[in-house]
Design a protein around this ligand. Structure first.
Ligand SMILES: *Cc1c(COP(=O)(O)O)cnc(C)c1O
Length: 428
């Protein structure tokens, strides 16, 4: 018998039948879940909590968000506005919850990256001014006007489309002018802003509410590029005023620039990564205390004594030294624990550092608990259901998101955003 026949014999699965268009492939009715007549009450099923459905979740500490807003606000002159940048679902923390916490403690402006992010905030009842930090397709203009989301504008075509749509509905078209001072991502060139404003200002609906630029190197110890951008922005704002126009709310500082260059706070600062508790540059801890808001948790789903030299996980590039228990937790690279970090991070289990071992799988990964007795250490006895801190602040174990970012050669932004929504957000 051929191997294929043996396999088909085992599974009852016959490819030649399945692939034959003349044979109607009947779905195996006995395998299907009956649609009705369930003994379960659906409402009771709904009430099974998210943490009881899968043992991995993300906690977000609202008081840390509020602490970071207040620590930053203390460094601003009275009257300087603070924008909470809540784009990308508040860097993975949950835009609505973060916007509520931030505005409750002093943020008066919200920054988003997309039209839909702005709409989400409006639908949740947030009524602060919202600035979209780029320019959407013209087709989205009615959404901007209806939901009162201000765009950052840098092309004539968009400015006119926005103004005409507003005017035809008897509305104003407020916007912030994006100025390119050297990052070369978006914006009107710094030496063309007056020309740009003159070209669009004929339109009565358009209303310049603010002007901003964005620094490419605010976190760098080399200050020359930052200074060049700052001077270009300064000159552009002066040129607007000299031309008899009002630039409105002038802003340029992102997190790193807020703490490192207080002289450019101007009328508003844009707080992003520091809102979530991460130091935006190597030297900023000298100027501000921040508290990370996010932590990732899991419960052990399996505990095994793996004999010496047996492998663990895909590729088996970790081999058991014998004196360990291997514990499994139900999160993997689909959840944002990037595979790049396989074997390179520690978790905190009962206040001790435990090494993640073997390749991180899509939905699960493993860590080892050393069973050898050592002076001053009690031996751990891991059990299914025990809680593990996967990432986040801990007083003695280095399992921080900063460390994860460093070991993955990236920045904290990408790590926090990477924790997928398959893991529920729990707010404290
Ligand atoms: C994302 C973003 C910010 C926030 O930057 P952080 O470095 O996270 O503080 C500020 N301004 C603009 C234009 C942005 O795109």
């Amino acid at each position: 018998m051929l191997m294929a026949e043996i396999i088909n014999g085992f599974t009852g699965f016959n490819r030649s039948v399945q692939n034959n268009p003349n044979v109607e492939f009947s779905h195996a009715s006995e395998d299907e879940v009956p649609a009705e007549e369930t003994p379960f009450d659906e409402e009771q099923l709904e009430s099974i909590g998210v943490k009881d459905r899968r043992w991995s979740w993300v906690e977000v500490d609202r008081s840390a968000i509020q602490f970071n807003v207040m620590s930053t606000k203390r460094l601003l002159k009275p009257g300087t506005r603070l924008m909470a940048v809540v784009k990308a679902d508040a860097y993975g923390h949950g835009a609505v919850e973060v916007a509520r916490a931030a505005t409750a403690s002093g943020a008066t402006f919200l920054g988003v990256a997309t039209v839909d992010e702005g709409i989400q905030l409006r639908k949740a009842g947030l009524n602060q001014p919202i600035l979209m930090l780029s320019q959407p397709p013209e087709e989205a203009v009615p959404l901007l006007l209806f939901y009162q989301i201000m765009p950052a504008i840098y092309t004539h075509e968009f400015a006119i489309a926005y103004a005409e749509c507003a005017d035809s509905h008897g509305l104003k078209a407020p916007y912030h002018l994006a100025v390119n001072t050297g990052m070369n991502r978006i914006g009107v060139r710094h030496d063309r802003v007056v020309e740009f404003l003159r070209q669009v200002s004929f339109h009565r609906a358009l209303k310049l509410e603010g002007c901003f630029t964005h620094f490419a190197t605010a976190d760098s110890m080399e200050t020359l590029d930052w200074e060049r951008q700052m001077h270009r922005f300064w000159d552009a704002m002066a040129a607007i005023e000299q031309a008899g126009m009002n630039p409105g709310i002038v802003h340029c500082d992102n997190s790193a620039s807020i703490y490192r260059y207080p002289k450019t706070h101007f009328d508003m600062v844009r707080l992003g990564i520091a809102l979530y508790g991460y130091q935006p540059a190597p030297d900023t801890h000298r100027f501000v205390e921040l508290r990370p808001a996010m932590s990732v948790h899991a419960r052990i789903t399996n505990v095994m004594a793996v004999p010496m030299s047996e492998g663990v996980s895909y590729g088996m590039n970790y081999r058991s030294p014998g004196s360990v228990k291997i514990c499994t937790v139900p999160l993997g690279y689909c959840d944002g624990l990037t595979r790049l970090l396989s074997g390179k991070i520690d978790f905190a289990y009962q206040d001790r550092a435990v090494h993640q071992v073997g390749n991180i799988c899509m939905d699960q990964c493993m860590f080892e608990v050393d069973l050898r007795t050592r002076a001053g250490h009690r031996t751990l006895d891991p059990q299914v259901g025990d809680e593990v801190l996967i990432a986040g602040p801990h007083p003695s174990v280095d399992c921080s998101i900063e460390t994860m970012a460093r070991r993955a050669s990236t920045i904290e932004h990408e790590i926090t955003i990477g924790f997928s929504h398959r893991m529920p957000r729990i707010y404290k």
